[in-house]
Design a protein. Sequence first.
Length: 96
Amino acid sequence: MFEEEKEEEECSSDCDFEGRLTFINGCKFLSNVSDGGENRYIKVCNDLGIKYHVEAIAFDRWGRPILGRKMVGFYIDKDFKDFQLFWNKLKERKGV
């Protein structure tokens, strides 16, 4: 029983309350992105010097893989706080 509790505790730091993975390589989940849209996110992160991670598969809110569409999970540095700056920069790059 103690082992089960410990596993839950460890997962809670990396998973949300629905069991989805929220942290990978020091980055927290930001969004699922499709159709190559992650390239804009990557450029913005590079422009702002933000660490990021792209996971080759995206999951829905129940933790099931999203199949049939090219989607990835985009994760951003867990310590990044200025999301308004990030979204504004992303809007500027929309045409890129």
